[in-house]
Design a protein around this ligand. Structure first.
Ligand code: ATP
Length: 291
């Protein structure tokens, strides 16, 4: 969708909102049930079923960054909560890592327009990370964001935190780890937090980023970017490099991302030279760890 078309879509949604007296949130929900039923809704429900992500009695916090992925996740959980056979509670929680005031206004406007009641708490993460490591604040920033968010969610008494990581995140993370960390691992749909008090769940694991981008544009949702210079593309990052590489490879083999994703579910332990499970490391008999 080019800029001109995007503007048109935005205007037609505004018109519908005025004429029918409905909110952008209602339009976004309808879109999940109709246009994006197959590409988003069904995949979300499948992940929940495949990995038991939502169980009776759960108190789930959805982590809201204001970006396209977590905004979509909120709308999906609101829909899921309408299914009375599932007995779970859901709430929407956001940590403000130090957004500019203007961004914060846009963030709140988005939530309001999309009918997402969200609790926002303040944290000084960006400033601390940039001060500590002005050249490469990403690692520290991400680590601190995770730490502060997880602690808060645990403190509030939730047993699960839902994150907006999707299919492409899984594939890209696997390649980043393989290319730069010399290990085969990625984000998984359900994992205990470090403290062991809560589980992290990733219900968008089957949903493709391309479909999230299209959904966001088609519904006139102005999602926010992370806001830091690295994410907004001024400085290169490994994820961007891998994204570009995958885009190139996809031209030759359109199924490449799906194949990488499948490979992460089909690891044949008889044909790997070594693996780790918990604290235990196992190496093939004639393998040499030092090589
Ligand atoms: N400040 C925050 N407050 C609450 N949850 C957050 C925050 N930042 C990130 N998250 C959660 O962690 C997930 C992954 O964060 P990351 O920064 O990698 O975002 P992303 O891949 O750009 O996704 P999004 O489009 O939702 O921002 C988000 O989808 C969201 O669920």
């Amino acid at each position: 969708m080019n800029e001109k078309k995007e503007k048109k879509v935005y205007e037609s949604i505004e018109e519908r909102m005025r004429e029918e007296g409905i909110s952008r949130g209602a339009i976004a929900t309808e879109s999940l049930r109709k246009t994006y039923r197959k590409k988003i809704w069904t995949k979300f429900v499948k992940a929940i079923k495949d990995f038991d992500l939502v169980e009776d009695g759960d108190k789930i916090a959805v982590g809201v960054s204001g970006g396209k992925d977590s905004l979509l996740l909120c709308k999906l959980f609101q829909e899921l909560a309408k299914d009375r056979t599932r007995k779970f509670e859901v709430a929407f929680i956001s940590m403000n890592p130090g957004f500019e005031a203007m961004d914060m206004e846009q963030f709140k406007r988005n939530l309001e327009e999309l009918d997402i009641p969200c609790e926002v708490f303040e944290a000084n993460v960006w400033e601390v990370a940039f001060k500590e490591d002005p050249e490469k604040p990403c690692f520290l920033c991400a680590k601190m964001r995770r730490g502060v968010l997880y602690n808060k969610v645990e403190e509030l008494g939730y047993n699960k935190l839902a994150l907006g990581h999707h299919f492409d995140d899984v594939v890209e993370t696997a390649l980043i780890n393989q290319f730069y960390a010399g290990t085969v691992k990625t984000m998984i749909p359900k994992v205990k937090s470090t403290s062991g008090k809560m589980e992290l769940i990733r219900p968008l694991i089957y949903v493709k980023e391309e479909d999230i981008i299209n959904y966001t544009k088609r519904n006139g949702i102005v999602a926010m970017a992370c806001g830091c210079p690295i994410e907004s593309g001024k400085v290169d990052s490994k994820r961007r490099e891998i994204k570009n590489l995958l885009a190139e490879l996809t031209k030759v083999n359109p199924n490449i991302k799906q194949s990488i994703f499948n490979s992460l579910k089909n690891i044949n332990l008889d044909y790997v030279m070594g693996y780790t499970r918990g604290n235990k490391r196992d190496v093939a008999k004639d393998g040499n760890e030092n090589k």
